[in-house]
Design a protein. Structure first.
Length: 470
Protein backbone atom coordinates (compact mmCIF):
# COMPACT_ATOMS: atom_id res chain seq x y z
CA UNK A 1 0.00 0.00 0.00
CA UNK A 2 2.81 2.43 -0.87
CA UNK A 3 1.69 5.59 -2.60
CA UNK A 4 3.52 8.41 -4.37
CA UNK A 5 4.41 11.70 -2.71
CA UNK A 6 2.31 14.84 -2.84
CA UNK A 7 2.69 18.48 -2.00
CA UNK A 8 0.48 19.98 0.71
CA UNK A 9 -1.71 22.81 -0.63
CA UNK A 10 -1.11 26.28 0.81
CA UNK A 11 -3.61 27.78 3.21
CA UNK A 12 -4.51 31.33 4.11
CA UNK A 13 -4.34 32.45 7.73
CA UNK A 14 -8.10 32.90 7.66
CA UNK A 15 -8.50 29.36 6.44
CA UNK A 16 -6.24 28.03 9.17
CA UNK A 17 -8.24 29.84 11.81
CA UNK A 18 -11.51 28.47 10.48
CA UNK A 19 -10.07 24.97 10.35
CA UNK A 20 -8.84 25.21 13.94
CA UNK A 21 -12.26 26.35 15.16
CA UNK A 22 -13.99 23.52 13.32
CA UNK A 23 -11.58 20.96 14.77
CA UNK A 24 -12.09 22.33 18.26
CA UNK A 25 -15.83 21.82 17.90
CA UNK A 26 -15.30 18.22 16.78
CA UNK A 27 -12.98 17.48 19.69
CA UNK A 28 -15.53 18.82 22.15
CA UNK A 29 -18.09 16.45 20.66
CA UNK A 30 -16.01 13.27 20.73
CA UNK A 31 -13.63 13.33 23.66
CA UNK A 32 -16.47 12.84 26.13
CA UNK A 33 -16.32 13.10 29.90
CA UNK A 34 -13.11 13.04 31.86
CA UNK A 35 -14.07 9.65 33.22
CA UNK A 36 -13.63 8.00 29.82
CA UNK A 37 -10.69 5.74 28.97
CA UNK A 38 -7.61 6.12 31.15
CA UNK A 39 -5.11 4.79 28.59
CA UNK A 40 -4.64 5.81 24.98
CA UNK A 41 -8.02 7.52 24.92
CA UNK A 42 -6.98 9.85 27.70
CA UNK A 43 -3.65 10.61 26.03
CA UNK A 44 -5.45 11.35 22.76
CA UNK A 45 -8.01 13.57 24.48
CA UNK A 46 -5.15 15.65 25.88
CA UNK A 47 -4.08 16.16 22.25
CA UNK A 48 -7.61 17.10 21.19
CA UNK A 49 -8.27 13.75 19.49
CA UNK A 50 -10.00 10.46 20.17
CA UNK A 51 -8.36 7.03 20.10
CA UNK A 52 -10.84 4.25 19.48
CA UNK A 53 -11.29 0.59 18.63
CA UNK A 54 -13.65 -1.64 16.69
CA UNK A 55 -15.81 -3.51 19.18
CA UNK A 56 -17.55 -6.87 18.74
CA UNK A 57 -20.58 -7.44 20.93
CA UNK A 58 -20.02 -11.20 21.10
CA UNK A 59 -16.64 -10.67 22.80
CA UNK A 60 -17.78 -8.17 25.45
CA UNK A 61 -18.60 -11.04 27.78
CA UNK A 62 -14.90 -11.86 27.98
CA UNK A 63 -13.69 -9.84 30.95
CA UNK A 64 -10.18 -9.15 29.68
CA UNK A 65 -11.56 -7.96 26.32
CA UNK A 66 -14.01 -5.57 27.95
CA UNK A 67 -11.48 -4.38 30.50
CA UNK A 68 -8.86 -3.43 27.91
CA UNK A 69 -11.46 -1.86 25.60
CA UNK A 70 -12.93 0.25 28.37
CA UNK A 71 -9.59 1.28 29.84
CA UNK A 72 -7.74 2.19 26.68
CA UNK A 73 -10.24 3.70 24.22
CA UNK A 74 -12.58 6.70 24.30
CA UNK A 75 -14.36 5.86 21.02
CA UNK A 76 -15.78 2.64 19.60
CA UNK A 77 -16.99 1.46 16.20
CA UNK A 78 -19.31 -1.58 16.03
CA UNK A 79 -17.40 -4.13 13.98
CA UNK A 80 -20.39 -5.78 12.27
CA UNK A 81 -23.49 -4.99 14.29
CA UNK A 82 -24.68 -1.97 12.26
CA UNK A 83 -24.06 -3.33 8.76
CA UNK A 84 -26.99 -3.98 6.45
CA UNK A 85 -27.15 -7.76 6.92
CA UNK A 86 -27.33 -7.27 10.68
CA UNK A 87 -29.80 -4.38 10.78
CA UNK A 88 -32.23 -5.25 7.92
CA UNK A 89 -31.84 -8.98 7.19
CA UNK A 90 -35.17 -9.06 5.34
CA UNK A 91 -36.91 -6.19 3.62
CA UNK A 92 -38.58 -3.85 6.07
CA UNK A 93 -37.66 -5.99 9.09
CA UNK A 94 -35.09 -4.24 11.28
CA UNK A 95 -32.92 -5.67 14.04
CA UNK A 96 -30.85 -3.52 16.39
CA UNK A 97 -29.94 -5.81 19.28
CA UNK A 98 -26.18 -6.02 18.68
CA UNK A 99 -25.80 -2.36 17.83
CA UNK A 100 -27.89 -1.26 20.78
CA UNK A 101 -25.75 -3.35 23.13
CA UNK A 102 -22.56 -1.67 21.93
CA UNK A 103 -24.07 1.82 22.13
CA UNK A 104 -25.30 1.13 25.66
CA UNK A 105 -21.90 -0.22 26.69
CA UNK A 106 -20.13 2.80 25.21
CA UNK A 107 -22.47 5.26 26.90
CA UNK A 108 -21.78 3.55 30.21
CA UNK A 109 -18.05 4.08 29.78
CA UNK A 110 -17.95 7.62 28.43
CA UNK A 111 -17.09 6.54 24.87
CA UNK A 112 -18.34 8.10 21.64
CA UNK A 113 -19.62 5.81 18.86
CA UNK A 114 -18.92 5.83 15.11
CA UNK A 115 -21.64 4.10 13.10
CA UNK A 116 -20.39 1.63 10.47
CA UNK A 117 -21.77 1.41 7.80
CA UNK A 118 -25.02 2.39 6.02
CA UNK A 119 -24.27 1.58 2.35
CA UNK A 120 -21.65 -0.99 1.33
CA UNK A 121 -21.38 -3.58 -1.42
CA UNK A 122 -20.36 -6.29 1.07
CA UNK A 123 -22.33 -7.96 3.88
CA UNK A 124 -25.53 -7.18 2.01
CA UNK A 125 -28.46 -9.56 2.43
CA UNK A 126 -29.31 -11.37 -0.77
CA UNK A 127 -32.68 -9.62 -1.02
CA UNK A 128 -30.71 -6.43 -1.78
CA UNK A 129 -27.80 -7.76 -3.84
CA UNK A 130 -29.96 -10.16 -5.89
CA UNK A 131 -33.30 -8.42 -5.68
CA UNK A 132 -33.46 -7.39 -9.32
CA UNK A 133 -34.76 -3.94 -8.41
CA UNK A 134 -34.91 -1.11 -10.92
CA UNK A 135 -33.23 2.22 -10.20
CA UNK A 136 -36.23 3.90 -8.58
CA UNK A 137 -37.02 0.94 -6.34
CA UNK A 138 -33.43 0.37 -5.18
CA UNK A 139 -33.09 4.09 -4.46
CA UNK A 140 -36.22 3.86 -2.30
CA UNK A 141 -34.90 0.72 -0.59
CA UNK A 142 -31.59 2.46 0.18
CA UNK A 143 -33.28 5.62 1.46
CA UNK A 144 -35.64 3.60 3.64
CA UNK A 145 -32.75 1.61 5.11
CA UNK A 146 -30.79 4.76 5.94
CA UNK A 147 -33.87 6.51 7.33
CA UNK A 148 -34.64 3.63 9.68
CA UNK A 149 -31.12 2.74 10.84
CA UNK A 150 -29.69 6.25 11.17
CA UNK A 151 -33.05 7.37 12.57
CA UNK A 152 -32.97 4.63 15.21
CA UNK A 153 -29.60 5.90 16.48
CA UNK A 154 -30.41 9.60 16.03
CA UNK A 155 -28.57 11.68 18.61
CA UNK A 156 -26.60 8.71 19.97
CA UNK A 157 -23.71 8.50 17.48
CA UNK A 158 -20.88 10.92 16.88
CA UNK A 159 -20.51 9.95 13.20
CA UNK A 160 -21.64 7.57 10.45
CA UNK A 161 -19.63 5.91 7.69
CA UNK A 162 -22.44 6.60 5.23
CA UNK A 163 -20.92 4.98 2.13
CA UNK A 164 -18.07 2.49 2.28
CA UNK A 165 -15.55 1.41 -0.40
CA UNK A 166 -17.25 2.75 -3.52
CA UNK A 167 -14.08 3.04 -5.65
CA UNK A 168 -11.64 0.64 -7.30
CA UNK A 169 -7.89 1.10 -6.91
CA UNK A 170 -7.65 2.70 -10.37
CA UNK A 171 -10.10 5.43 -9.36
CA UNK A 172 -13.13 4.08 -11.23
CA UNK A 173 -16.41 3.37 -9.49
CA UNK A 174 -16.83 -0.10 -8.00
CA UNK A 175 -19.54 -1.95 -9.91
CA UNK A 176 -21.71 -2.67 -6.89
CA UNK A 177 -25.44 -3.27 -7.13
CA UNK A 178 -25.96 0.38 -6.19
CA UNK A 179 -23.59 1.66 -8.88
CA UNK A 180 -24.89 -0.55 -11.67
CA UNK A 181 -28.56 -0.01 -10.83
CA UNK A 182 -28.72 3.62 -9.65
CA UNK A 183 -25.53 5.09 -11.09
CA UNK A 184 -23.11 7.74 -9.82
CA UNK A 185 -25.85 9.64 -7.97
CA UNK A 186 -26.36 6.97 -5.31
CA UNK A 187 -23.58 8.26 -3.05
CA UNK A 188 -24.94 11.80 -2.89
CA UNK A 189 -28.44 10.41 -2.37
CA UNK A 190 -27.20 8.31 0.55
CA UNK A 191 -25.58 11.31 2.23
CA UNK A 192 -28.73 13.38 1.81
CA UNK A 193 -30.82 10.59 3.36
CA UNK A 194 -28.39 10.27 6.27
CA UNK A 195 -28.51 14.00 6.99
CA UNK A 196 -32.31 13.92 6.99
CA UNK A 197 -32.32 10.93 9.37
CA UNK A 198 -29.80 12.36 11.84
CA UNK A 199 -28.98 16.05 11.44
CA UNK A 200 -26.29 16.05 14.15
CA UNK A 201 -24.14 13.04 13.22
CA UNK A 202 -20.95 13.70 11.24
CA UNK A 203 -21.25 12.05 7.83
CA UNK A 204 -18.17 10.27 6.41
CA UNK A 205 -17.13 8.59 3.20
CA UNK A 206 -14.85 5.64 4.17
CA UNK A 207 -12.37 3.61 2.08
CA UNK A 208 -9.10 1.64 2.04
CA UNK A 209 -5.94 2.17 -0.07
CA UNK A 210 -6.45 5.93 0.08
CA UNK A 211 -3.77 6.55 2.72
CA UNK A 212 -1.42 8.25 0.25
CA UNK A 213 -1.87 10.22 -2.94
CA UNK A 214 -2.81 7.81 -5.75
CA UNK A 215 -5.52 7.24 -8.36
CA UNK A 216 -8.05 5.99 -5.84
CA UNK A 217 -7.53 8.72 -3.23
CA UNK A 218 -7.59 11.37 -5.96
CA UNK A 219 -10.92 10.05 -7.23
CA UNK A 220 -12.31 10.27 -3.69
CA UNK A 221 -10.78 13.75 -3.33
CA UNK A 222 -12.50 14.91 -6.52
CA UNK A 223 -15.83 13.49 -5.36
CA UNK A 224 -15.60 15.23 -1.98
CA UNK A 225 -14.59 18.49 -3.67
CA UNK A 226 -17.62 18.25 -5.97
CA UNK A 227 -19.91 17.43 -3.04
CA UNK A 228 -18.72 20.52 -1.16
CA UNK A 229 -19.33 22.68 -4.21
CA UNK A 230 -22.78 21.17 -4.80
CA UNK A 231 -23.93 21.36 -1.18
CA UNK A 232 -24.08 17.59 -0.65
CA UNK A 233 -23.83 17.08 3.14
CA UNK A 234 -20.42 15.47 3.80
CA UNK A 235 -18.42 16.17 6.95
CA UNK A 236 -15.46 13.82 6.79
CA UNK A 237 -13.35 11.23 5.02
CA UNK A 238 -12.39 7.99 6.75
CA UNK A 239 -8.96 6.66 5.79
CA UNK A 240 -9.12 2.99 6.79
CA UNK A 241 -5.33 2.47 7.09
CA UNK A 242 -5.11 -1.32 6.81
CA UNK A 243 -1.34 -1.42 6.26
CA UNK A 244 1.42 -3.94 5.68
CA UNK A 245 4.47 -3.84 7.94
CA UNK A 246 6.95 -1.20 6.79
CA UNK A 247 4.57 0.35 4.25
CA UNK A 248 3.24 3.51 5.87
CA UNK A 249 3.01 5.92 2.91
CA UNK A 250 5.55 8.72 3.07
CA UNK A 251 2.84 11.15 1.97
CA UNK A 252 0.18 10.08 4.48
CA UNK A 253 0.23 13.44 6.26
CA UNK A 254 0.16 15.40 3.00
CA UNK A 255 -2.80 13.37 1.82
CA UNK A 256 -4.70 13.92 5.07
CA UNK A 257 -4.00 17.62 4.75
CA UNK A 258 -5.28 17.92 1.18
CA UNK A 259 -8.61 16.40 2.22
CA UNK A 260 -8.75 18.69 5.27
CA UNK A 261 -8.15 21.65 2.98
CA UNK A 262 -11.47 20.86 1.30
CA UNK A 263 -13.20 21.75 4.56
CA UNK A 264 -13.86 18.24 5.88
CA UNK A 265 -12.54 16.31 8.86
CA UNK A 266 -10.34 13.28 8.35
CA UNK A 267 -9.88 10.23 10.57
CA UNK A 268 -7.91 7.00 10.49
CA UNK A 269 -10.83 4.63 10.90
CA UNK A 270 -9.73 0.96 10.71
CA UNK A 271 -6.05 0.89 11.57
CA UNK A 272 -3.99 -2.28 11.70
CA UNK A 273 -0.45 -3.12 10.57
CA UNK A 274 -0.17 -6.76 9.56
CA UNK A 275 3.04 -8.78 9.37
CA UNK A 276 4.05 -12.21 8.16
CA UNK A 277 3.79 -14.49 11.14
CA UNK A 278 5.31 -15.57 13.40
CA UNK A 279 6.21 -12.22 14.88
CA UNK A 280 9.75 -11.58 16.08
CA UNK A 281 11.54 -8.74 17.82
CA UNK A 282 12.55 -7.01 14.58
CA UNK A 283 9.02 -7.09 13.12
CA UNK A 284 7.52 -5.87 16.38
CA UNK A 285 9.99 -2.97 16.48
CA UNK A 286 9.09 -1.98 12.92
CA UNK A 287 5.40 -2.24 13.75
CA UNK A 288 5.90 0.07 16.73
CA UNK A 289 7.62 2.63 14.50
CA UNK A 290 4.81 2.34 11.93
CA UNK A 291 2.12 2.97 14.53
CA UNK A 292 4.06 5.92 15.90
CA UNK A 293 4.41 7.39 12.40
CA UNK A 294 0.73 7.17 11.51
CA UNK A 295 -0.25 8.60 14.90
CA UNK A 296 2.08 11.56 14.41
CA UNK A 297 0.74 12.14 10.90
CA UNK A 298 -2.76 12.51 12.33
CA UNK A 299 -1.59 14.80 15.14
CA UNK A 300 0.14 17.04 12.60
CA UNK A 301 -3.11 17.71 10.71
CA UNK A 302 -5.49 19.94 12.65
CA UNK A 303 -8.63 18.39 11.19
CA UNK A 304 -7.51 14.79 11.74
CA UNK A 305 -9.89 14.22 14.62
CA UNK A 306 -9.01 10.71 15.71
CA UNK A 307 -7.71 7.20 15.17
CA UNK A 308 -9.53 3.88 15.46
CA UNK A 309 -7.67 0.55 15.51
CA UNK A 310 -9.60 -2.33 13.99
CA UNK A 311 -9.87 -4.52 17.05
CA UNK A 312 -8.85 -4.84 20.68
CA UNK A 313 -6.56 -7.87 20.42
CA UNK A 314 -4.68 -9.92 17.82
CA UNK A 315 -6.70 -12.87 19.10
CA UNK A 316 -9.81 -11.72 17.20
CA UNK A 317 -8.30 -9.86 14.25
CA UNK A 318 -9.83 -10.38 10.80
CA UNK A 319 -6.37 -10.41 9.17
CA UNK A 320 -5.37 -14.11 9.42
CA UNK A 321 -8.71 -15.17 7.92
CA UNK A 322 -8.26 -12.92 4.87
CA UNK A 323 -4.49 -12.69 4.35
CA UNK A 324 -2.92 -16.14 4.59
CA UNK A 325 0.33 -16.13 6.55
CA UNK A 326 -0.26 -12.67 8.02
CA UNK A 327 -1.40 -11.60 11.46
CA UNK A 328 -0.38 -9.88 14.73
CA UNK A 329 -1.65 -6.49 13.46
CA UNK A 330 -2.92 -4.79 16.63
CA UNK A 331 -1.70 -3.18 19.86
CA UNK A 332 -2.44 -6.10 22.20
CA UNK A 333 -1.41 -9.71 21.66
CA UNK A 334 -3.56 -12.83 22.02
CA UNK A 335 -3.18 -12.70 25.81
CA UNK A 336 -4.00 -8.98 26.03
CA UNK A 337 -0.41 -7.99 26.73
CA UNK A 338 0.51 -4.57 25.36
CA UNK A 339 2.92 -4.92 22.42
CA UNK A 340 5.73 -2.55 21.40
CA UNK A 341 3.18 -1.01 19.01
CA UNK A 342 1.27 0.22 22.07
CA UNK A 343 4.41 1.96 23.25
CA UNK A 344 4.82 3.53 19.82
CA UNK A 345 1.31 5.00 19.95
CA UNK A 346 1.62 6.05 23.57
CA UNK A 347 4.90 7.82 22.87
CA UNK A 348 3.51 9.62 19.84
CA UNK A 349 0.57 10.81 21.95
CA UNK A 350 2.93 12.23 24.55
CA UNK A 351 2.74 9.38 27.03
CA UNK A 352 6.46 8.57 26.96
CA UNK A 353 9.25 7.78 24.55
CA UNK A 354 8.52 4.80 22.29
CA UNK A 355 10.77 1.84 22.96
CA UNK A 356 13.35 1.45 20.16
CA UNK A 357 12.98 -2.31 20.33
CA UNK A 358 10.48 -4.75 21.79
CA UNK A 359 12.87 -6.00 24.45
CA UNK A 360 11.42 -7.20 27.71
CA UNK A 361 10.66 -4.61 30.35
CA UNK A 362 13.63 -3.93 32.64
CA UNK A 363 13.37 -5.22 36.15
CA UNK A 364 13.05 -2.63 38.86
CA UNK A 365 15.85 -2.19 41.35
CA UNK A 366 14.52 -0.81 44.65
CA UNK A 367 15.76 2.69 45.45
CA UNK A 368 15.60 3.77 49.08
CA UNK A 369 15.20 7.44 48.01
CA UNK A 370 11.89 6.71 46.25
CA UNK A 371 8.72 5.07 47.51
CA UNK A 372 5.44 3.68 46.28
CA UNK A 373 2.35 1.90 47.56
CA UNK A 374 0.13 -0.76 46.01
CA UNK A 375 -3.61 -1.11 46.59
CA UNK A 376 -5.32 -4.37 45.64
CA UNK A 377 -9.01 -4.29 44.60
CA UNK A 378 -11.23 -7.16 43.52
CA UNK A 379 -13.34 -5.94 40.56
CA UNK A 380 -15.50 -8.95 39.75
CA UNK A 381 -15.93 -12.59 40.73
CA UNK A 382 -17.66 -15.57 39.14
CA UNK A 383 -17.86 -19.35 39.67
CA UNK A 384 -14.17 -20.23 39.46
CA UNK A 385 -12.58 -16.97 38.40
CA UNK A 386 -12.21 -13.32 39.29
CA UNK A 387 -10.79 -10.03 38.08
CA UNK A 388 -8.70 -7.66 40.17
CA UNK A 389 -6.92 -4.35 39.79
CA UNK A 390 -3.84 -3.02 41.57
CA UNK A 391 -3.13 0.71 41.80
CA UNK A 392 0.52 1.69 42.13
CA UNK A 393 0.93 5.16 43.67
CA UNK A 394 4.07 7.27 44.00
CA UNK A 395 4.22 8.20 47.69
CA UNK A 396 7.53 10.07 47.48
CA UNK A 397 8.56 13.58 46.49
CA UNK A 398 10.37 12.66 43.25
CA UNK A 399 9.43 10.64 40.18
CA UNK A 400 9.99 6.91 40.17
CA UNK A 401 11.38 5.16 37.11
CA UNK A 402 10.05 1.70 37.81
CA UNK A 403 8.14 -0.39 40.31
CA UNK A 404 7.84 -3.96 41.56
CA UNK A 405 4.71 -5.19 43.36
CA UNK A 406 4.63 -8.44 45.34
CA UNK A 407 2.07 -10.41 47.33
CA UNK A 408 1.13 -13.93 48.33
CA UNK A 409 -2.30 -15.35 47.54
CA UNK A 410 -3.88 -16.86 50.69
CA UNK A 411 -5.86 -19.59 48.91
CA UNK A 412 -3.71 -20.76 46.00
CA UNK A 413 -5.26 -18.49 43.34
CA UNK A 414 -3.60 -18.62 39.90
CA UNK A 415 -3.33 -15.63 37.57
CA UNK A 416 -4.39 -16.50 34.01
CA UNK A 417 -4.02 -13.13 32.26
CA UNK A 418 -2.35 -9.88 33.29
CA UNK A 419 -2.17 -6.52 31.53
CA UNK A 420 -0.03 -3.40 32.08
CA UNK A 421 2.66 -5.37 33.84
CA UNK A 422 5.15 -8.24 33.59
CA UNK A 423 4.11 -11.25 35.69
CA UNK A 424 6.06 -13.86 37.58
CA UNK A 425 4.14 -16.33 39.77
CA UNK A 426 5.59 -19.21 41.74
CA UNK A 427 2.98 -21.05 43.75
CA UNK A 428 1.16 -18.47 45.85
CA UNK A 429 3.89 -15.84 45.44
CA UNK A 430 3.29 -13.17 42.81
CA UNK A 431 5.68 -10.54 41.45
CA UNK A 432 4.55 -7.89 38.94
CA UNK A 433 6.97 -5.40 37.39
CA UNK A 434 6.19 -2.39 35.26
CA UNK A 435 6.10 -2.44 31.48
CA UNK A 436 8.39 -0.05 29.56
CA UNK A 437 5.54 2.44 29.08
CA UNK A 438 4.20 2.73 32.65
CA UNK A 439 7.25 2.57 34.91
CA UNK A 440 7.63 6.34 35.30
CA UNK A 441 5.18 7.76 37.85
CA UNK A 442 5.26 11.39 38.98
CA UNK A 443 4.95 12.42 42.64
CA UNK A 444 1.35 11.92 43.82
CA UNK A 445 0.67 10.13 40.52
CA UNK A 446 -0.47 6.56 40.00
CA UNK A 447 -0.84 3.81 37.43
CA UNK A 448 -2.76 0.54 37.42
CA UNK A 449 -2.45 -3.02 36.25
CA UNK A 450 -5.08 -5.69 36.23
CA UNK A 451 -5.52 -9.41 35.88
CA UNK A 452 -7.91 -12.32 35.77
CA UNK A 453 -7.28 -15.42 37.89
CA UNK A 454 -8.69 -18.81 38.83
CA UNK A 455 -9.78 -19.77 42.36
CA UNK A 456 -11.49 -22.63 44.17
CA UNK A 457 -12.93 -23.05 47.62
CA UNK A 458 -12.15 -19.57 48.98
CA UNK A 459 -11.06 -16.41 47.20
CA UNK A 460 -9.38 -14.45 49.97
CA UNK A 461 -7.64 -11.09 49.51
CA UNK A 462 -3.86 -10.98 50.08
CA UNK A 463 -3.08 -9.75 53.58
CA UNK A 464 -0.15 -7.65 52.40
CA UNK A 465 0.72 -6.10 49.03
CA UNK A 466 4.07 -4.35 48.84
CA UNK A 467 5.61 -1.97 46.34
CA UNK A 468 9.29 -1.23 45.73
CA UNK A 469 10.30 1.79 43.62
CA UNK A 470 13.38 2.39 41.52
Amino acid sequence: MIQSASRTPAKTLAGLAATALAAAAVVAAVTGPASAASGLGQLAAAQGRYFGTALANNHLGESAYATVADREFNSVTPENEMKWDATEPSRGSFSYGGGDAIVSHAQGHGQSVRGHTLVWHSQLPSWVSNGGFNSATLTSVMQNHISNVAGHYKGKLYAWDVVNEAFNDDGTRRQSVFQTTIGDSYIATAFQAARAADPTAKLYYNDYNIEGVNSKSTAVYNMVKAFKQQGVPIDGVGIQTHLILGQVPSDLQANLQRFADLGVDVALTEVDVRMQTPADSSKLATQSANYAALTKACLNVTRCVGITVWGVTDKYSWVPDVFSGYGAPLLFDDSYNAKPAYTGVSGALGGGTPSPSPSASPTSTPNPGRSCSATYRKVNEWNTGFQAEVTVANTGSSSIGGWTVTWAFPNGQKITQLWNGTLSQSGANVTVRNESYNGTVAPSGSTTFGFTADWSGTNGTPSSVTCAAS
